[in-house]
Design a protein around this ligand. Structure first.
Ligand code: NAD
Length: 711
């Protein structure tokens, strides 16, 4: 027998309370069995003639209901359409009873209330929010390639207005309790500990005024809107969606269409339309891929970074960041923002003042202001201590070194710092290319040293690579992982190796773009193939952004590490010699002469590029895609063969959050699984003449023979 989630109690003799408390879980989720429980309770409650109200509440602090049970979703991914329609209808009809019950229904929302939870609340007569800072309300289904299917698209426009509903459902972003109140979702926002008493008062007030009956009537009919308004709203919303999805995510468009079409229908017909449209998205490749991304992040949240027994991690309350450049200031800001005291040091005064300013501006960045908030800056300023003396490190639990990429400089800093560190303090490097084991040489405590590799720009990039040197202890790794999560990052643990994970996989892809240029492919065609695959930017533009000098340096590292498959191209050094270093010098593969710094085709590139083009030929878009992404995939199989990561899922998570690999593909290995190893081996055959870099690896061949998958 499964333990029960819903419990019934009486707040007053005529006011019933159903409390959600999913056993052994931190969040309440709406699984099939919870829906069954709800149905049983409603059967009994609806029969009573003595009830004035029913209040829904949660026993979990800061969480009302986190949505439907996605694990059950995954099990039904292959379900036929009529079954999906039935799943939707079941939820709609069950929750719909709350809008027809012989008593007032109130959702007393004490925290996160999203997805199916927001739908359940939407079907109640009234919603009341607590001022718990965690309280949020929204329909994130589009982030999973779906839209609300339990009546959300019918209720939202009727309660909050079509325009608000379109924004919430197609954008998938949650709103705060305060915003929910302003939008008309909530009757009030009250103190957390007053929520139940306020809900009881609300029931009494509604029974006195019978206002809820008028709303029941209004919300069951069509929306009051003219055809002209509908047309205008549709056109503007569809333009915003196109800009955001680039046509690669079908759910927001489908949600918009459904809501526009159902605006003139009554609520029951709107629900039927919602169910049939939702069934078309459910189980689609994009839905499956996005669910995978959800489970990847969910798995990461639970991963301690160390296999086997749970390790007690050290708490990190103060951090020193050495080096106040681009990365150092970004890392310091990420800490300050989360309330961690930071000592920021740099050898150069000027770099330190500039870096310090950047830290506070970035840490106090306010999205609504689109800039730093002065108030927040004053609040955070005491957490930041700037100094040119590395002596201050003594009090820090963690020191992150982010100085120039030079082994000697890094070694000399460690020699200076290590003796001053506390007995448990951890030392970490943000290096992108130097092996961690090499950097650890000469340290007295290599067990307390590791790589903590952030990505640029730190504010936006969620991934952090936690790199284990040969002597790094489990305790150090587990602490680094817990720390990275604490500042809102997604850490992946890996063994040491050239390029670690993300740069190692980025390199073959970038490198192939150069080889394609030499084989006569046009820049425009290469960029188009990459973006059509879903990358946020083409590889050629990425060269310009990273800096071609940096790319040459990275290329040398890879060439030395993997001479069997890395061909060194003379084109990039020629670009450096021609002082075309990319965006930073105003010229690279593109020109950046316009005010906005946008890349524009540059005819003068032909002088440098010309001598390196071996032939002139046309490529099909498919051929370009395979040339770009198969080398990346092959390298990923080598990463697995070399035991760099502990699970192929880490590769997918790393590429999505460190490189912007398209989430709608579910990850590189997830994508490869949709093709199958045997098919990939076949796809590689036409590229045999390109040598080792396009040759199937041992792992791939084994998988092709056995039919195995990465997932
Ligand atoms: P940067 O040039 O912007 O900053 C380096 C800072 O280190 C400068 O302010 C410099 O004054 C300071 N510095 C140099 N020698 C020092 C010393 N002896 N003591 C104290 N400070 C010293 O460089 P960055 O881009 O921030 O890179 C820093 C590190 O991060 C490098 O190891 C780099 O490989 C790595 N990294 C860079 C990126 C990136 O995209 N820029 C991404 C990930 C990792």
């Amino acid at each position: 027998m499964t333990a029960e989630t819903l419990s019934l109690s009486m707040a007053e003799p005529d006011i019933a309370v159903l409390t959600f408390d999913t056993p052994n879980k931190s969040a309440n989720v709406l699984s099939n069995s919870v829906l069954d429980e709800l149905a049983v309770h409603l059967d009994a409650l609806e029969k009573r003639t003595d009830l004035a109200g029913l209040i829904f509440r949660s026993a979990k602090s800061g969480i009302f209901i986190a949505g439907a049970d996605l694990r059950e979703f995954v099990q039904s991914l292959g379900a036929p359409e009529d079954q999906v329609v039935a799943m939707c209808r079941r939820g709609q009809l069950l929750f719909g009873r709350l809008s027809k019950a012989p008593f007032v229904t109130v959702a007393a929302i004490n925290g996160i209330c999203v997805g199916g939870g927001a739908e359940l609340a939407s079907w109640c007569d009234r919603r009341l929010f607590s001022n718990n800072p965690k309280a949020e309300f929204g329909f994130p289904e589009v982030k999973l390639g779906l839209f609300p299917g339990w009546g959300g698209t019918a209720r939202a426009p009727r309660i909050a207005g079509l325009s608000n509903a379109v924004e919430m459902v197609t954008g998938g972003e949650s709103i705060s309790a305060e915003a929910a109140y302003k939008m008309g979702w909530a009757s009030d926002v009250v103190a957390d500990d007053q929520l139940l008493s306020a809900a009881i008062r609300l029931v009494r007030a509604e029974q006195a005024t019978k206002e809820y009956l008028k709303d029941r009537e209004r919300w069951s009919g069509p929306i009051e809107i003219t055809e002209t308004e509908l047309g205008f709203l549709g056109a503007t919303a569809s333009a915003v969606i196109r800009q955001q999805t680039k046509g690669q995510y079908p759910a927001p468009d489908a949600a918009l269409e459904t809501m526009l079409e159902s605006a003139m229908l009554d609520s029951d017909a709107a629900c039927e339309l919602e169910a049939t449209r939702m069934a078309k998205l459910f189980g689609s490749p994009v839905n499956a891929a996005l669910l995978n991304v959800f489970f990847l992040t969910d798995r990461n949240k639970k991963d301690t970074g160390v296999d086997g027994e749970q390790i007690a991690t050290q708490s990190i309350n103060s951090v020193t960041v050495v080096g106040a450049g681009i990365m150092g200031s970004g890392i310091a800001a990420a800490n300050v923002k989360r309330g961690i005291a930071v000592v920021l040091t740099d050898a150069a005064h000027e770099a330190l003042t500039k870096g310090g300013r950047n830290v506070l501006e970035e840490a106090s960045f306010d999205r609504t202001l689109k800039g730093p908030s002065a108030e927040r800056m004053l609040e955070l300023a005491p957490l930041l201590n700037l100094t040119t003396s590395p002596d201050e490190v003594a009090a820090s639990d963690l020191v992150i070194e982010a100085v120039v990429e030079n082994e000697k400089v890094k070694h000399s800093i460690y020699a200076q710092i290590e003796p001053k560190l506390g007995p448990d303090a951890i030392l970490a490097s943000n290096t992108s290319t130097i092996p961690i084991t090499k950097l650890a040489a000469g340290l007295k405590h290599p067990d307390r040293f590791c790589g903590i590799h952030f990505f640029n720009p730190v504010r936006r990039m969620k991934l952090v690579e936690v790199i284990r040197g040969e002597k790094t202890s489990d305790q150090t790794i587990a602490t680094a992982v817990a720390y990275a999560k604490g500042i809102g990052k997604i850490p992946i643990v890996m063994n040491d190796g050239p390029g670690f994970l993300v740069n190692r996989l980025l390199f073959p892809y970038m490198h192939e773009a150069i080889e394609l240029l030499a084989d006569g492919a046009e820049i425009k065609a290469i960029e188009r193939a990459s973006k059509a695959f879903g990358m946020p930017m083409g590889p050629i533009e990425l060269y310009d952004l990273v800096g071609i000098d940096t790319a040459v340096y990275a290329g040398q590292t890879m060439f030395e590490a993997f001479p069997d498959r890395v061909v060194s191209s003379p084109l990039l050094p020629a670009m450096v010699a021609a002082k075309r270093l990319g965006k930073k010098t105003g010229r690279g593969f593109y020109a950046y002469d316009n005010k906005k710094g946008r890349p524009e085709p540059d005819p003068s590139l032909a002088e440098v590029l010309g001598p390196h083009v071996r032939e002139q030929r046309n490529f099909t878009p498919d051929e370009l895609t395979m040339r770009l992404f198969l080398p990346m995939f092959l390298e990923a199989t080598r990463v697995l063969e070399d035991g760099i990561v502990r699970d192929s899922r880490d590769i997918d998570l790393g590429l999505i959050f460190g490189l912007g690999f398209p989430p709608f593909k579910g990850g590189l290995m997830f994508w490869a699984d949709t093709l199958g190893a045997a098919t990939i081996v076949e796809m590689l055959k036409p590229f045999e003449s390109l040598g080792n870099r396009m040759a199937p690896t041992k792992l791939l061949l084994e998988m092709a023979a056995s039919g195995a998958k990465f997932y």
